[in-house]
Every structure is written in C-alpha cells, then in structure tokens.
Design a protein around this ligand. Structure first.
Ligand code: G3H
Ligand code: 13P
Ligand code: ZN
Length: 311
C-alpha cells in the first residue's frame, strides 16, 4: 500500500461519525509506536511533520522511516505537513512525496489568508495532494511561536463558506477553544469548547471535514510521573476526552495530537532512568517509551477518536 491522501479516510470518518488521529512525528521510536498502535487496532492514520520536526530529523529520514512504516503495517497512512507557513515549504513537501499539506494563514488578514491558501491549493491539486487551511487562531506554542490568549480568536462561522469556496481547500482547521501545548487552561479554570461554533460551521459546510488542533488531553498520569521523577511541570490541563469524542461525532474528522506523545515519552524515560541509574544504553529506556506510545495511541484510537477497525 503506498502513502495515501486523507481524502478517502476523511470522507469515511465524516459519514461514520468518528475522527482520524493525526499524530506528530519526530523520530523512529515515535513513528514505530504510533504505527504499531494503528496496526493492532486496524485504524486509518495521519502522520504529521512540523517544520521543526523536518529541521530536526530531515525530510529524507522522516520520509524513509514513514515508507518503512507503510511497508511494515500495510495500512492506509497519510503523510501531512503540519502548520506550513509558506508556499515554498508546502511546495518542497509536495515535491518530496507528502500527500497532504496544511497552509496556516491564520495569522494573516482574511484576504491574505485566501490568497496564500489558494496558491498552495492550486499547486497541491495539480500534484494530487490535498490541503488543510485554517480560520481562527489557537493560543499556545507551535514551532517556537507563542500565541497569547489575547491574540487567539475563535473562528467566525460567517467566513467559512467564502473561505472554502474561494480557496478550494479539502479540509478546514477551526478555533473553538483548544490550544497548543500542555497548558491549555489556567489552574482552576473549567475546560470549555465552543460546540455552538462547531455546529454552525458544520451546518454551513455540509459533508466537509473539519480539523481540530491542540487536542491533547495532557494525560495527568504522565504529568505526575514526570514530576515524581525529577521533572518540574506546573499544573497542566488539557482537553477532556469526552469533549473530543463529541467533536469527533460532529463534523471533526481529523484530531491533532502531539503534546500527549511528548509527555508519554518523557515520563517513561524519566521513570526508567530514575529506577535504573546505572543504565546508559538508549535501547533500554527507548523500548518502554515506545511501548507507552503504543498504549497511548491505542487508547486514543479506541476511546477518543472512535476509528478502531476503520482502516
Ligand atoms: O502544533 C504544533 C505541534 O505540536 C508541533 O510542534 O513545531 O514544536 O514540532 P513543533
Ligand atoms: P497538542 O499540543 O494539543 O498536542 O496539539 C498538537 C497540534 O495541534 C499539532 O498541530
Ligand atoms: Zn496545530
């Protein structure tokens, strides 16, 4: 099975009332952990690479690792650029074998966002690649850029039809109260998502896949494990799983998860090294880290995304 676009998997997800997981990848163990979980649960999968990940591991290494995962699993896997910030970056990923790109013009004016997104869509579609656009702006940290709560804003439903029609995007990321990173809500603050916005967007864009970024639940056990083993994370609060499940039953067909993978990996390695201070072979601590990524992703697939058995 070759690397596929997300077109078919998103359509099935929309019709089936579930979402496909889009997990960020940076190295071999993360790719192996995620793809093993998808294999064991027979699930469709989107592996996404940020500009930072591409700089860290290099395009070629990530490409070859993901090609290996496709051979090993024989699953429909889509390879997606996460938060592309320029036409040139999107073009480079398209030319280099990605099957999906995000052009994130959410920091631009409405007209500038449309102009940039349309340019990427034209090049991508000519090359059989699909495009995700974004309207609205999430708070949090992505690629070293921090968006404060004040600079974040919800998606305006009255803009979505014009944006989708004029750009030709295949999916749309919207801002309904999720945010990037481990600190999504302030201590004492009750997590809240604007389901009314999601509902209205869904009504205005029938049969159209919506994407939710910043969707880690910030698994408390892993934050605790980090802090019990020498870490110093302040109170971290994520998106409750039942809210994500609800969004997946609505128009949300792709749910982005990165921070939970980072927490699972770091927590496991911290615990392992605290319990085995004499060990220094990376395979000894990376093996349990990879195993916990398998468990985390299986949990997401079965209990949050609802895409088990849908490959
Ligand atoms: O939304 C951002 C993702 O978590 C990727 O993070 O840019 O640090 O790789 P990164
Ligand atoms: P989290 O930081 O909540 O995992 O979000 C990841 C994301 O949106 C990647 O695009
Ligand atoms: Zn994101």
């Amino acid at each position: 099975m070759p690397i596929v676009t997300s077109k078919e998997m998103m359509k099935k997800a929309y019709d089936g009332g579930y979402a496909v997981g889009a997990f960020n990848v940076n190295n071999m163990e993360i790719i192996q952990g995620i793809t093993q979980a998808a294999k064991e649960t027979n699930s469709p999968l989107i592996l996404q690479v940020s500009a930072g990940a591409r700089k860290y591991a290099s395009h070629t290494y990530l490409m070859k690792l993901i090609e290996a995962a496709v051979i090993e699993t024989d699953l429909p896997i889509c390879l997606h650029l996460d938060h592309g910030d320029s036409f040139e970056l999107c073009k480079s990923c398209i030319d280099g074998g990605f099957t999906s790109v995000m052009i994130d013009g959410s920091h631009l004016s409405f007209e500038e966002n449309i102009k940039l997104t349309k340019r990427v869509v034209e090049y991508a579609h000519d090359n059989g690649v699909v495009v995700e656009g974004e309207l609205g702006r999430l708070a949090g940290v992505e690629d070293d850029v921090k968006v404060s709560d004040e600079d974040a804003f919800y998606t305006r439903p009255d803009e979505v039809e014009e944006f989708v029609t004029r750009t030709g995007v295949d999916s749309l990321a919207i801002a309904i109260g999720t945010s990037h990173g481990a600190y999504k809500f302030k201590p004492g603050q009750k997590p809240k998502l604007r389901f009314d916005i999601l509902e209205e967007v869904g009504r205005r864009l029938p049969n159209f896949p919506i994407v939710l970024h910043g969707a880690s639940s910030v698994v408390p056990e892993y934050v605790k494990m980090i802090n019990e083993n020498g870490g110093k994370m302040p109170d971290a609060i994520g998106i409750p799983e039942d809210m994500l499940r609800q969004a997946a039953k609505m128009a949300v067909c792709k749910i982005n998860i990165d921070s939970d993978l980072r927490l699972a990996m770091t927590a496991t390695i911290r615990k392992y090294l605290a319990e085995h201070p004499e060990h220094f072979d990376p395979r000894q601590y990376l093996r349990p880290a990879r195993e916990n990524i398998v468990e985390l992703v299986k949990h997401k697939i079965i209990n949050v995304l609802g895409c088990e058995g849908k490959a």
